[in-house]
Design a protein around this ligand. Structure first.
Ligand SMILES: NC(=O)c1ccc[n+]([C@@H]2O[C@H](COP(=O)([O-])OP(=O)(O)OC[C@H]3O[C@@H](n4cnc5c(N)ncnc54)[C@H](OP(=O)(O)O)[C@@H]3O)[C@@H](O)[C@H]2O)c1
Length: 241
């Protein structure tokens, strides 16, 4: 039975990805910082999903969590993250700027780098690492968040090079606007939502299920020759051709 780890799996995209793997009969571990949120999700998703709570951007917490994570891992989905600027008050001056940039780099880049490094020796041949970037890495407009996601994509190339000899793939999914997540905090304005949808070719928002379908494919036997790529999942808002 395959062992799947989905960081940030308690809510939004990660929750849907975890549910999709579990529905296929895989064993899934979801992670996140809020134990109560994880517990509620595992209760809903059933016995093949369990939770391990830790901060993926904290080296000591990642190391401490290792004892509770599977000994062998077939699929690692580095999904934890988000735009830490949303709803945040920035402290003044360069110190405030540095703290804001560090927050996004920690949440989105370091979290994936640390969890992957910690689990590297547990990744099984035939397995895959799926990182989650963002359209923000390609369109600008979101400062340190977009820069952190661009770094995720650059690092994924190195990761794919390192893992290929072991028969393991590594790719990035770069979503556009995805609804039904906690990404926008208390909510997105109707105007911004409409703008996001207008910019798609198919005139609909993305859903966590869209991400789940792509993740299932990347983790399937059909995708073993697909590595070192960024898949743009955005209804055509941005073309990565
Ligand atoms: N929604 C969109 O439109 C969109 C578009 C492009 C990319 N993305 C990306 O998609 C991914 C999933 O986001 P989402 O949209 O599903 O939003 P979400 O519902 O806020 O999910 C993010 C998850 O990551 C966890 N997380 C955040 N920082 C963490 C940390 N340091 N350690 C462990 N867990 C952490 C959160 O749980 P805790 O707070 O409990 O830790 C939460 O469950 C993110 O990487 C995001 O940047 C989203």
């Amino acid at each position: 039975m395959r062992q799947i780890i989905v960081t940030g799996g308690g809510t939004g995209i990660g929750r849907a990805v975890a549910a999709a793997f579990a529905a296929q009969g895989d064993q899934v571990v979801i992670t996140g910082r809020r134990a109560a949120v994880l517990a509620a999700t595992t209760a809903e998703l059933g016995p093949s999903v369990r939770a391990v709570a830790f901060d993926a951007a904290d080296p000591a917490q990642v190391e401490a969590a290792l004892a509770d994570l599977p000994d062998q891992v077939d699929v690692l989905v580095n999904n934890a993250g988000g735009n830490t600027d949303i709803g945040a008050e920035r402290a003044p001056g360069l110190a405030g700027l540095a703290a804001a940039w560090q927050a996004n780099l920690h949440a989105n880049l370091l979290s994936a780098v640390l969890v992957t490094a910690a689990l590297r020796d547990r990744l099984r041949t035939g397995g895959t690492v799926i990182n989650i970037s963002s359209i923000a890495a390609h369109r600008g407009g979101s400062g340190s968040y977009g820069a952190a996601k661009a770094a995720v994509e650059a690092w994924t190339l190195t990761l794919a090079q390192e893992l290929a000899p072991a028969g393991i793939t590594a790719n990035t999914i770069a979503p556009g606007y995805i609804e039904d997540t906690e990404f926008f905090g208390p909510g997105i304005s109707p105007e911004r939502r409409a703008w996001n949808i207008t910019n798609t070719l198919n005139k609909r928002p993305g859903t966590p299920a869209d991400l789940a379908g792509t993740a299932l494919y990347l983790a399937s036997p059909a995708a073993t020759h697909l590595t070192a790529q960024t898949l743009h999942l955005n209804g055509g808002t941005f073309s990565g051709r």
